[in-house]
Design a protein around this ligand. Sequence first.
Ligand code: MLT
Length: 246
Amino acid sequence: MKIDLSFTPSESGLMKLTGKRVVVIDVLRACSTMIHALARGCKDIYPCATVGDARRLFRQKVNELSRDAVLLGGERGGTKVKGFHLGNSPGEYSTGVVGGKTIVFTTSNCTRNLAFIKGKGAKEVLICSFTNLPAVAERLAGDDTDLLLSLSGTDGQMSLEDAVCGGMLVDALRKRPGIVLSDSARTAYILYANYRRNIRRALLDSTHGKRLLELGFRDDISSCSRVGRYRLIPTYVRGRVAVARA
Ligand code: MLT
């Protein structure tokens, strides 16, 4: 199995994804928030690249389902978009708020990353952050399909916390027979090795982590650094993020 890694969405956009497994990572905060929402009983999530797309899809989903069944969530510049029901803090997505609901969701980087990947023939697209990483690693270990770790980054640049998360996945898989690491996957592993004893530190050291602290989202940093809090693995299939439930 070859493990490749892209540090930014535009790199993923240039790569051939046909037949590969893709793991989309956005530690702060979109993947962590989607995982949390699904763990709290949300039915499904429709990521949209732009605020305009999200508003349009929200109206469509309200017509298909009902007004009570759909919520609009997401951020720009880290804070809730005007008129949206929810921002991008995991804690907002409690069972009482999102249980049984469909969420139409847009964020600055991660949902754009998903839009780049959509329709490019990947065998499977998984959603990952620290909070479900051990479960994702176990799932990946059972299959030899080539892998792309697609990091969402921040404003078109690589972000430290996503790189450390990607590196942790590389570490979980690297000793298996037949693993070949790209230079970028190896680089992420080296970054992870630097933070392995204090994952929260990586989030606090990162540019986006500092920005979230300035905005008052300290609880989000703690929530997003809880490794292995959840066992669930959301997949992204035809524009929809959901968990296959038994
Ligand atoms: C994103 O997708 O850009 C992030 O989740 C930003 C954020 O922390 O809200």
